[in-house]
Write a protein that binds this ligand. Structure first.
Ligand code: GLN
Length: 492
């Protein structure tokens, strides 16, 4: 195989070639970097490309492979979303506020992947501080959807999803606070897994909403997702919310099929405004699962319509507290022209943050303020508990739920930027999982108007094994996950 053909392989296929000497990690990395050179001018999935570091890591990986000491991800080119700290590599959150910021430490997930010998080819573009559903809020300019350069890739992990879809890396890590792994994965035709809250360490993830944030893999198929999850899951003493317990080998969960599994289909997730093509693809996928022996049944989760409102109180409230640290004193942007401390603080924040981040900070500060706290924040927390209980209860009856990931396929640039509520509605199917802390996965399930449709599975806490198993069984029976966009090499 010619090394330039390798960028479309799955991690497992690349692993096999690396292990049998068919390709070296340096060749694989060069192929990924060439691909980046080809498609970046039109897709713009990267904030930083780390070519020198990548080739150095690839050489080390080759040495390790030749010693017969390879881990599953040794020598595999990856990207990390640019809100995941990487020592010595700029980590900007696609914000002017952190332009040029170079962390002095690695996020735990980055360290775990480096320990396996994965190769960092660069950092993925995102909506500023991960706030958004389209990657249009990036201070570094938007990422384009490789399926249609006139459309958004989803967000906030638009860079990671577009990079994996266009063969610029074999996997990426995203963060998911309200859907930011699953929704862009859906819109770009790749697999996105949000683990149970606390399964993967958040140490070194730049905080947006700490009770909701979770890191997870974006891959081409479910089996690759299992390999990446194996690498990043596990207790971390540096993250007090990280879960303890025995590690699971997710790769060994894949092959059990879906025979006898009970899959619920909550009707509230087919909201008004769902694209008919999305609904059709999801319903067809359910028929496939039934054919494989799953017991698929309609169910109801009446509190679902409140999830979005709860999310858009809690997430901005936490964000307003987390983003108070950007004061121009300790690190990040500082205004060059100010007289006195208060003016410096004001101007730094006015100039450093983009409009959506400011909107969230104002919303959050309002919801937390004296006199409004009980009406907004406290009430949202109470409804959060009810939503969590409702989901817990439904998992007494079902092993998993199946829903659309997003009500629509990728939308054109600018379509929702004037109306934040329209943008927030993109998250209606994904936020309940974050509110309840449960895992969710999005897998490609067909095309509507030539654009990828995402099918979401949700499960109870720590049911990643079940979700991957269902997704894998579905992918054994269908080939939607093998669809690739036509090479996007020209600007729209
Ligand atoms: N789109 C949601 C928001 O704007 C979710 C973002 C995320 O998951 N990081 O907040």
């Amino acid at each position: 195989m010619h090394p330039s053909d390798v960028t479309g392989l799955s991690i497992r296929e690349a692993r096999e070639l690396l292990d049998n000497g068919g390709v070296s990690s340096v060749e694989l990395t060069r192929a990924a970097l060439d691909r980046i050179g080809e498609v970046e001018p039109s897709v713009h999935a990267f904030v930083t490309v780390t070519d020198e570091l990548a080739l150095e890591q690839a050489r080390l990986a080759d040495a390790r492979i030749s010693l017969g000491n390879a881990a599953p991800l040794t020598g595999i080119p990856m990207q990390l979303k640019d809100n995941i700290s990487t020592r010595g590599v700029p980590t900007t959150c696609s914000s002017r506020m952190l332009e040029g910021f170079v962390p002095t430490y690695d996020a735990t997930v980055a360290r775990l992947l480096y320990d396996q010998g994965a190769v960092l080819v660069g950092k993925g573009n995102l909506d500023e501080f991960a706030m958004g559903s389209s990657t249009e809020n990036s201070a570094r300019g938007p990422t384009r959807n490789p399926w249609d350069l006139g459309r958004v890739p989803g967000g906030s992990s638009g860079g990671p999803a577009a990079a994996v879809a266009s063969g610029e890396c074999f996997f990426s890590l995203g963060s998911d606070t309200g859907g930011s792994i699953r929704q862009p994965a859906a819109l770009c035709g790749v697999v996105g897994l949000k683990p149970t809250y606390g399964l993967a360490s958040r140490f070194g993830l730049v905080a947006f909403a700490s009770s909701l944030d979770q890191i997870g893999p974006i891959t081409r198929d479910a089996a690759d997702g299992a390999l990446v999850l194996n690498a990043i899951a596990g207790h971390d003493r540096s993250d007090s919310t990280s879960l303890s317990g025995e590690p699971t080998n997710y790769a060994s969960c894949l092959d059990h099929g879906v025979e006898g599994l009970r899959i619920g289909v909550p009707r509230e997730y087919f909201v008004d405004g769902t694209d008919p093509g999305v609904e059709r693809a999801v319903r067809e996928a359910l028929v496939v699962l039934e054919g494989l022996g799953a017991r698929v049944e309609e169910t109801s989760l009446p509190l679902t319509p409140y999830a979005l409102a709860v999310y858009y109180i809690i997430a901005p409230s936490e964000a307003s507290a987390n983003l108070a640290r950007y004061d121009g004193v300790k690190y990040g942007y500082a205004t060059p022209t100010a007289s006195g401390m208060w003016e410096a603080l004001d101007k730094t924040r006015q100039e450093g943050f983009g409009p959506e981040v400011k909107r969230r900070i104002m919303l959050g500060a309002y919801a937390l303020s004296t006199g409004y706290y009980d009406a907004y924040y406290l009430k949202a927390q109470k409804v959060r508990t009810l939503i969590r209980r409702e989901l817990q209860q439904v998992f007494g009856e079902f092993d998993a739920l199946a829903t659309p990931t997003s009500p629509t396929v990728a939308f054109p640039f600018g379509e929702r930027t004037e109306d934040p509520v329209q943008m927030y509605l993109s998250d209606v199917c994904t936020v309940p999982a974050n509110i309840a802390g449960i895992p969710g996965i999005s897998v490609p399930a067909g095309l509507a108007d030539g654009l990828p449709v995402g099918l979401q599975f949700l499960g109870p806490h720590r049911a990643e094994g079940t979700l991957l198993r269902i997704a894998h069984a579905y992918q054994q029976a269908t080939d939607w996950h093998t669809m690739r966009p036509a090479p996007a090499t020209k600007a729209a």
